[in-house]
Design a protein around this ligand. Structure first.
Ligand code: DQA
Length: 151
């Protein structure tokens, strides 16, 4: 059974009450449940973690190199825009990586238009709110299928 790691970065713990006009009403638990339902429906397992700090996210990604993680779905929050450390940690992984954002980062402030982590992801899904999560899980599983077919 493929194992997907869903990682959330800083401030995403506050979803539900955090600027609902931008991020919607869904809580982090709702978002994770939507992703997990998609994974389970496709015969996959979803592990999820949220960390406020960069170091914890880095440690979890390092662990993902050897713990049987088959794909990563990540919303790194604001770290997306400037964490070269996170980018380097993602780059070390050999598994498919899908970056997801609730909001359309390209339609917002200029500093959000850059994703330093997105450059090492296989693809980015942004702007679909909670619906982006099942899409991200499907994208990760499709990438895994393609890799399996190519070997
Ligand atoms: C976000 C977009 C980021 O710019 C922001 O800092 C977040 C959430 C999103 O999901 O839309 O924390 O990643």
């Amino acid at each position: 059974m493929p194992r997907i790691l869903l990682l959330h970065g800083p401030n995403l713990s506050q979803l539900g009450s955090r600027d609902p006009t931008i991020y919607g009403d869904a809580t982090l638990a709702d978002v994770v449940a939507a992703a997990r339902a998609e994974a389970i429906g496709a015969g996959a397992q979803l592990d999820d973690e949220q960390h406020e700090g960069e170091a914890d996210l880095l440690r979890r990604l390092h662990l993902a190199r050897t713990d049987g993680t088959d794909a990563v779905v990540i919303n790194a929050g604001a770290l997306t825009h400037y964490s070269f450390a996170l980018r380097d940690a993602l780059e070390m992984l050999d598994v498919p990586i899908v970056e997801v954002h609730l909001s359309n980062i390209h339609a917002r402030e200029e500093f959000r238009h850059t994703s330093v982590t997105g450059a090492v992801a296989d693809g980015i899904i942004a702007g679909f709110g909670i619906d982006g999560y099942p899409l991200a899980v499907r994208a990760a599983l499709a990438l895994l299928d393609r890799r399996a077919a190519a070997t």
